[in-house]
Design a protein around this ligand. Structure first.
Ligand code: CAA
Length: 240
C-alpha cells in the first residue's frame, strides 16, 4: 500500500509543488490549507490531491484534522511541515501581533503538525519528517526578526527530533530554500526583490519544483541515514 504523506500549506507555492512531486512518486498525499477555499478546490480539481482545511497554529484543530486524514488515507508516515507566513516589518515597527502570528503559525505549527503523528511513527518504526525552513533562518533578514526566529527554530526542532527518532526508524531533516518564485516572494516590493536577485549568484529566483525534488529525496528509502541535516537550496546565495 502507498505510504501516506501530509503536506501542510500544500495547495499553494512551494507546498503545492511538494504535494505534486510526492503524488508523482506514488504516495497518497493530503495537502492542508488555512483559508483560501478557492485555491484549494482548484488545486484538487487539477491534481486529484485531497485538501484539508485547518489552522496549523491550533493544536486541537491539527490533531482532529490529522485523525481525519488517517481515517481517509491511512497512517501518516511522511510529514512535510511547510505552512508558513510572513509579517515583515523593521523591528522598531514590529507589533506583538506580527510577532505572535508568525511564531504561532511557523513554529508552534510545526509542533502541532508533528506531535500528533509522532506516537504512530514510533510504534510502526518508520517516519519521515521534513521541515521547510529558510535561508533567512540561517542568515537573518532585515524586517524579519519574527520569521527568522521561527526558521532558525525549525533547525533546532529537526536536530532534536533526529536524536529522538533515530532508534525508531524516523528521520527529521530540514530544507532551507533561498528566494523562490512564489506569491510570498512576489509580495516583496519590486525594488527590494530586484536587489535580492542581484545577490543570488545563480542570477535568478529558485523554482518551487527545485525544493520539491529535495523533499522527494529526503522522504525516500535512499535517505534513511540522513537525519538532522539541512539542505540549503539557494542558488549559492549563502553557505553555512
Ligand atoms: N537592508 C537594509 N536596509 C533596508 C532593507 C534591507 N534589506 N530594506 C529596507 N531597508 C531600509 C530602507 O531603505 C529604509 O531606510 P531609510 O529609513 O534610511 O530610508 C528603512 O530600512 C525602513 O524602510 P521603510 O520605512 O520603508 O520600512 P517599512 O516599514 O515600509 O517596511 C519592508 C518595508 C517591510 C522592510 C519592505 O522593504 C520589505 O518587505 N522588505 C523585504 C523583506 C524581505 O526580504 N522579506 C523576505 C520575504 S520572502 C521570504 O520570507 C521567503 C523566504 O523564506 C526567503
Amino acid at each position: 500500500m502507498a505510504r501516506t504523506a501530509l503536506v501542510t500549506g500544500g495547495s499553494r507555492g512551494i507546498g503545492a509543488a511538494i504535494s505534486k512531486a510526492l503524488k508523482a512518486d506514488g504516495y497518497s498525499v493530503a495537502a492542508t490549507y488555512a483559508g483560501n477555499d478557492e485555491a484549494a478546490a482548484k488545486f484538487t480539481e487539477e491534481t486529484g490531491i485531497k485538501t484539508y482545511k485547518w489552522n496549523v497554529a491550533d493544536y486541537d484543530s491539527s490533531k482532529a484534522g490529522i485523525e481525519q486524514v488517517e481515517a481517509d488515507l491511512g497512517p501518516i508516515e511522511i510529514v512535510v511541515a511547510n505552512a508558513g507566513i510572513t509579517r515583515d516589518a523593521p523591528f522598531h515597527k514590529m507589533t506583538p501581533d506580527q510577532w505572535n502570528a508568525v511564531i504561532d503559525t511557523n513554529l508552534t505549527g510545526v509542533f502541532n503538525t508533528v506531535h500528533p503523528v509522532w506516537p504512530g511513527m514510533r510504534e510502526r518504526g518508520f517516519g519521515r519528517i521534513v521541515v521547510i525552513s529558510s535561508i533567512n533562518g540561517q542568515k537573518g533578514q532585515f524586517a524579519q526578526v519574527n520569521y527568522a526566529a521561527t526558521k532558525a527554530g525549525d533547525l533546532g526542532i529537526i536536530k532534536s527530533l533526529a536524536q529522538e527518532g533515530a532508534s525508531k526508524g524516523i528521520t527529521a531533516n530540514a530544507i532551507c530554500p533561498g528566494y523562490i518564485a512564489t506569491e510570498m516572494v512576489m509580495a516583496v516590493p519590486e525594488k527590494v526583490r530586484e536587489s535580492i536577485i542581484g545577490m543570488i549568484p545563480a542570477g535568478r529566483l529558485g523554482e518551487p519544483e527545485e525544493i520539491a525534488r529535495c523533499v522527494s529525496f529526503l522522504v525516500s528509502d535512499d535517505a534513511s541515514f540522513i537525519n538532522g541535516s539541512t539542505i540549503s537550496a539557494n542558488g549559492g546565495q549563502f553557505f553555512v
